[in-house]
Design a protein around this ligand. Structure first.
Ligand SMILES: [Zn+2]
Length: 255
C-alpha cells in the first residue's frame, strides 16, 4: 500500500505502518497538550497500547491461518485499525470461522489478563472510594478498549471478522460466491447505518469506518467473483492445434 513504511517482520510476516497512523499520534498529542505535557504523552502512550493490542489481534489471525496452510502476507497498521493480508485461497468454512474468531477472542484474553493484573488494586481503590491512580485508569481503559474491539469486530459486516463468520456459516449451505454476496449485502446495510448515524451524531470516526466497510465489502465481492472464475477455468490449458500463431506485424485479418 502507498504511503506506508516498512517496520520489519513479526513472526516472519511483513509489518508495515501507514504514515497517517503517525498523524493520529500527533493529533492525540496536540489535542491533549492543553492539559500538560505529561497528560499528552500519556494519551499517546494509551493510543500506542491500544494499537499494540490491534497488532496482537491481527497476528493471531495470521498465525492461525498459517497453521491451516495459508500464507500470511503482511500486517498493516492504519489509524482505523489493522489489516492482516492472507493469501486468498478459500479454506473450509469451519477453518475460516476459527481464523476469524481468534482475533476478537484474543482481545477478550488480553482484557482478562489485564483484569487479573490490575483488577485487585482497582477494586481496592473503588472499595475505599478513592480516585484510581493514572496507571489504574490506564489499565481500566485498556480493558474497556479490548472489549469494544472484540464486540465491534464481531459485527456481521464483511470484511470484519463477524462478517467472515457469517459468510462461512452461509458457505456451509451455499457456494462461496453466493455466501459472499449475501454477507456483503448485510455488511453494506450495517456500513450505511454507520455512515448515516456517524454523520447524524457527529461521530465522524464511525462514519469513516462505515465508508471503509463499504469499500472492503466491495473488494471481498470482487475477490469472490475472481475465485469463482478461477475455479471454472478448464483444467487443461494446452493450446488446441487449430489455433494459429500471430507474428508481431500480422494484421488482425490474415489471408
Ligand atoms: Zn480481526
Amino acid at each position: 500500500m502507498k504511503w506506508s513504511i516498512n517496520a520489519g517482520r513479526l513472526f516472519g510476516i511483513k509489518f508495515r505502518i501507514h504514515v497517517t497512523f503517525f498523524l493520529l499520534l500527533l493529533y492525540v498529542f496536540f489535542s491533549d497538550i492543553k492539559e500538560g505535557f505529561g497528560q499528552a504523552g500519556l494519551s499517546v502512550l494509551f493510543v500506542c497500547a491500544i494499537f499494540a493490542c490491534v497488532i496482537i489481534h491481527e497476528l493471531s489471525h495470521s498465525l492461525v491461518a498459517r497453521r491451516f496452510g495459508r500464507e500470511p502476507k503482511s500486517i498493516m497498521l492504519l489509524p482505523i485499525g489493522g489489516v492482516a493480508t492472507i493469501d486468498m485461497m478459500p479454506t473450509k468454512p469451519s477453518q475460516e470461522i476459527v481464523i476469524s474468531i481468534v482475533g476478537p477472542a484474543t482481545n477478550i484474553v488480553i482484557a482478562i489478563l489485564l483484569a487479573l493484573v490490575g483488577g485487585p488494586s482497582i477494586a481496592a481503590a473503588f472499595n475505599k472510594s478513592v480516585n484510581p491512580t493514572a496507571s489504574q485508569l490506564f489499565i481500566l481503559n485498556l480493558i474497556a478498549a479490548n472489549i469494544v474491539l472484540a464486540v465491534f469486530n464481531l459485527l456481521p459486516a464483511l470484511p470484519m471478522d463477524g462478517g467472515r463468520v457469517l459468510r462461512s456459516i452461509l458457505a456451509m449451505k451455499f457456494d462461496y460466491l453466493r455466501a459472499t454476496i449475501w454477507a456483503v449485502a448485510v455488511g453494506k446495510v450495517i456500513a450505511a447505518f454507520f455512515v448515516v448515524y456517524g454523520f447524524y451524531s457527529r461521530n465522524f470516526l464511525l462514519a469513516l469506518i462505515g465508508f471503509f466497510i463499504f469499500a472492503g465489502a466491495d473488494s471481498e465481492k470482487r475477490q469472490a467473483i475472481y475465485l469463482a472464475m478461477l475455479a471454472q477455468r478448464p483444467p487443461d490449458l494446452t493450446i488446441p492445434p487449430e489455433y494459429i500463431n500471430l507474428e508481431q506485424d500480422d494484421r488482425i485479418t490474415r489471408q
